[in-house]
Design a protein around this ligand. Structure first.
Ligand code: SF4
Length: 294
């Protein structure tokens, strides 16, 4: 499927906090014991279309573990919205569904290069992800990208990781600054000490490598929190924080008016437009390619 580079009306939808894994660094505190939400996702999807959302980026938890996911993806396709998904890949390693090519894009999560990733996700998982990317691309024609968690542990492993992404035929890499999950001992271990400095250095270092991947690279700075809308599993619109501050709750997706910042409310559609405009203009996204706009 052709990549759609121009849209910026995007929502990240954390469908469910259920996940087959229980990573201590998980920003959404997901895990196997958390039940799926009872909320009707089809009504929510229709509401997103009404709010002029053009693209949904599914996350979780693990989206492929959500029982209604296949039906929801089909429903959203019928609504005409673009869809992408971030996954830990475990479910897809057990079998790739035929409908996978509905997605504009599948993002596989990485937490470091081979040694760090395997220490956190299990021996052999890194190569499993590379193999999965190859199958998605060659057998199903799916565009595959990588999400790389930039942490105190993974920062020094980027050159090795990039070589593997190029060899593995990945379209692009999104470097995501570690997002605090407010478990102090975990945050202490993974958090970047100087996020702004790290991004500036990394941007300079990666600029010479951006043309090694067709879709380029981006670095997202989640220490700035006013540009990235998350819809959580209970239907709240939030601007997540990558500091020890609480996430900012805009309101519910069904509300007629929501907040764009403390004390400033506006009709929900206008509020989303405001955040999307910020996203388009923000310096919290360092775009190292000439064309990528997702
Ligand atoms: S695989 Fe991802 S969503 Fe699941 S627990 Fe780990 S970090 Fe959280």
């Amino acid at each position: 499927m052709t990549r759609h580079f121009s849209t910026h009306r995007i929502i990240c939808w954390r469908l469910s906090r259920h996940c087959n894994r229980a990573c201590p660094f998980c920003l959404s505190s997901s895990g196997p014991r958390i039940a799926h939400p009872q909320k009707n996702p089809f009504e929510t999807a229709s509401r997103l279309r009404e709010l002029r959302v053009e693209k949904i980026s599914y996350s979780g938890g693990e989206p492929f573990a959500y029982p209604l996911f296949p039906a929801l993806v089909d429903f959203v396709r019928e609504l005409g919205l673009l869809q992408l998904v971030t996954t830990n890949g475990d479910s897809l390693c057990g079998g790739i569904p035929e409908w996978i090519n509905v997605f504009e894009y599948v993002k596989l999560s990485f937490y470091g290069a081979r040694s760090t990733h395997d220490r956190l996700m299990g021996n052999g998982n890194y190569d499993q992800q590379l193999s999965l990317a190859g199958k998605l691309k060659t057998c199903h024609g799916v565009t595959v990208g990588a999400n790389y968690m930039l942490s105190a542990e993974s920062l020094g492993e980027i050159p090795e990781f990039l070589d593997d992404m190029v060899t593995g035929g990945f379209n692009d890499v999104m470097f995501q600054t570690y997002i605090h999950n407010r478990r102090a001992h975990v945050d202490h271990r993974f958090a970047l000490r100087d996020t702004g400095g790290v991004i500036a250095d990394l941007g300079r270092e990666l600029a010479a490598h951006s043309d090694r991947l067709p879709g380029g690279m981006k670095i997202h700075d989640y220490s700035k929190r006013d540009w990235f809308i998350v819809l959580d599993e209970s239907g709240r619109l939030m601007l997540p924080s990558s500091s020890t501050d609480d996430d900012f709750v805009m309101g519910r997706v069904t509300d007629e008016t929501v907040l764009v910042e403390p004390g400033t409310g506006m009709p929900t559609r206008s509020a989303l437009e405001t955040i999307w405009r910020r996203r388009y203009e923000t310096e919290a996204i360092v775009d190292l390619s000439q064309t990528a706009r997702y």
